[in-house]
Design a protein around this ligand. Structure first.
Ligand code: ATP
Ligand code: MG
Ligand code: MG
Length: 535
């Protein structure tokens, strides 16, 4: 079960809180803008924004921007874009850094109350003191001295690392997070949001609880690794007599074959191993959008996974199946050939309209007219040079009639090879009346009207799930996880908007890629039609 929320506010605090919230539950989604959102964040957003929506509450999107050295404006912009793409409308968009004046005032109050002190121990020394439960030599310096030196820190009179503000907690606590954590440190990097206004920055532990409280959050939901930090979270709010939200932890989402660490994803991008942070093989939300994932499928997956405290790795098939179900319902069917080989009809010449349904079950999709011509492409996988496999019903020299979708039956008479020995032209006769019922109907695209398309097929980026835990994760990268094919697609498909998908009949789902430009149409294979049970 869930741990005790560990909170009890007195009546005055509760009354003040409810006066603001009207008793509606307040949530927040607090990403640090140091990378791009991924499927794990989708789970957190689903929980926070989703709970607010379900219970008539409100939810903040809060940039938790307390580390200027790793945060950037591009991340800030991308985070909001993807949160909105996922269907969430934050009631407020805030920045931790917008509260720095207030946080600074709280720090002064803590110093005056004897609850914080300026420390000159080095990072190594602080670490050692906290491990060995030994007080810093500066712990009991006079309050006036700490006040003055904290002011000096703010004025930029110190080098980075020369002074910190530490909370005077309990150096003998069994919880390491209660042993005088650092509240402020000096940093001279420019901050993406507040530029060079500050050179002292509050730590995560100092900031998070204070802003949760200032924003009147009811439920502060975070991942399990923060469990040990709950005690300091409440300690600090108690010292300042502030509203204490409920704090609950849930397990991080992990998905097989993927990397969800923002830091590791940034390495892949910076090293050029992927096509950018939105590479279709990444489970960043931008990558998933480019791969053809829909917000609905992602949120459905989050609902299925649920919120638990169990550490587990979810099979990627579960995510893919949520997507398959969604795409089956919402995509129009189109004809596409992945690896074209030309067919020439010898017993009929010309062009005719054929009517094709846009969806096999949903008539609301309507029909469309596609031009059939006497030369067209079929997929190389639908042709065999010899008809010697009893399970193969496709095109091969011999008497068998093979159906063309929404058109006639063809019988292969002969074929030609190019200089390299590859089959280049198949000759066939056609029967539009379909005297026999074919065992299969294959896809085709007119050689006259078809549009060339660059098709990108993907497998998993990682050969092994160990990449998630091994710091040397680059050795698991599968160099062959992207394959580029020159396909052809029926006319009209090239007008899809970027991120819009179709079902290429028999071959899988495809999505228009953002690399498309006039004269060069690019699509990514989203996913096969059926789960590959061999995997
Ligand atoms: P990373 O390790 O990828 O940097 P983080 O936890 O530092 O992740 P933040 O951007 O600070 O990421 O997190 C924003 C919110 O999303 C937090 O509440 C965090 O708990 C949640 N979150 C991040 N990753 C996951 C995940 N894999 N599963 C569930 N929630 C996550
Ligand atoms: Mg992080
Ligand atoms: Mg974080």
């Amino acid at each position: 079960g869930r741990p005790v929320a560990g909170y009890s506010n007195d009546d005055a605090l509760k009354a003040k809180h409810v006066a603001v919230t009207g008793g509606k539950p307040y949530f927040r989604f607090p990403p640090e803008p140091n990378g791009f959102l991924h499927i794990g964040h989708a789970k957190s957003m689903n929980l926070n924004f989703g709970s607010a929506l379900a219970h008539g509450g409100k939810c903040y999107l809060r940039y938790d921007d307390t580390n200027p050295e790793s945060e950037e404006q591009i991340y800030i912009d991308a985070i909001e874009e993807m949160a909105r793409w996922m269907g969430w409308s934050p009631d407020w968009v805030t920045y931790s850094s917008d509260y720095f004046d207030e946080l600074y005032e709280f720090a002064i109050r803590l110093i005056k109350d004897g609850k914080a002190y300026v420390d000159h121990s080095t990072g190594e020394e602080v670490k050692k003191q906290r491990e060995e439960r030994v007080d810093s030599p500066y712990r009991n310096r006079p309050i006036e001295e700490s006040l003055l030196l904290f002011e000096h820190m703010r004025q930029g009179r110190y080098e980075e690392g020369a002074a910190t503000l530490r909370l005077k907690m309990d150096m003998q606590s069994d919880n390491p997070n209660m042993r005088d954590i650092i509240a402020y440190r000096i940093k001279y990097n420019e901050h993406p949001h507040i530029k060079d206004k500050w050179c002292v920055y509050p730590s995560y532990d100092y900031t998070h609880c204070l802003i949760d409280s200032l924003e009147n959050i009811d439920y502060s939901l975070c991942t399990l690794e923060f469990e040990t930090r709950r005690e300091s979270y409440f300690w600090l709010l108690e010292q300042l007599e502030m509203w204490r939200p409920h704090v609950w932890e849930f397990s991080r989402l992990n998905v097989t074959g993927s990397l969800l660490s923002k830091r590791k994803i940034n390495v892949l991008v910076k090293k050029g191993i992927v096509r950018g942070f939105d590479d279709p093989r990444l489970l960043t939300l931008a990558g998933m959008r480019r791969r053809g994932y829909t917000p609905r499928a992602i949120n459905k997956f989050c609902d299925l996974v649920g919120i638990t405290r169990n550490m587990n790795v979810i099979q990627i098939n579960m995510l893919e199946n949520s997507l398959r179900e969604d795409l089956d319902e919402i995509t129009a069917r189109r004809l596409l050939i992945m690896d074209p080989v030309k067919v020439v009809i010898d017993n009929w010449k010309g062009e005719k309209d054929v009517e094709c349904p846009n969806h096999p079950r949903n008539t609301e999709f309507g029909n469309r007219i596609v031009k059939f011509t006497d030369t067209f492409y079929i997929d190389r996988s639908d042709f065999h040079e010899e008809d010697n496999n009893s399970k193969f019903y496709g095109v091969a020299p011999g008497p068998r009639a093979v159906g063309l979708k929404y058109s006639g039956n063809i019988v292969c008479k002969s074929f030609e090879r190019d200089a390299a020995g590859n089959v280049s032209v198949i000759h066939a006769d056609i029967d539009f009346e379909r005297a026999v019922k074919p065992k299969t109907n294959i896809s085709w695209v007119s050689a006259v009207h078809g549009v060339p398309v660059e098709l990108r097929h993907y497998t998993y980026l990682l050969k092994d799930d160990k990449a998630a835990t091994d710091p040397d994760f680059l050795k698991y990268i599968d160099e062959k996880s992207e394959e580029v094919l020159r396909g052809v697609v029926e006319p009209g498909v090239e007008q899809l908007k970027v991120f819009e998908s179709i079902q290429a009949e028999r071959f899988g789902y495809y999505v228009a890629d953002s690399d498309s430009k006039p004269g060069k149409f690019v699509m990514n294979r989203v996913i096969s039609l059926k789960e590959d049970k061999e995997k």
